[in-house]
Design a protein around this ligand. Sequence first.
Ligand code: SF4
Length: 75
Amino acid sequence: MRDTPFLEIWHSSEVLQRLRDRSLLSGACAGCGNKYICGGCRARGWAYFGDIHAPDPGCINNRDYWESLVEHQKK
Ligand code: SF4
């Protein structure tokens, strides 16, 4: 940030480009009609699944993913 203008980082960063590309989403987020408005929380996808494109388990549409996480915690 000290050496590169934010706008240049915004356009050139591979991670930021991938975060903006909603076609890369998975789970219910991938086929959701709201993905271009919402897109889910990418931080939660990363935190729970280690993938910035993973489904957001905090959304009711991804309830199956949340329940599998809960089941996994019980084991
Ligand atoms: S978090 Fe929920 S509402 Fe948002 S894109 Fe994903 S499935 Fe759709």
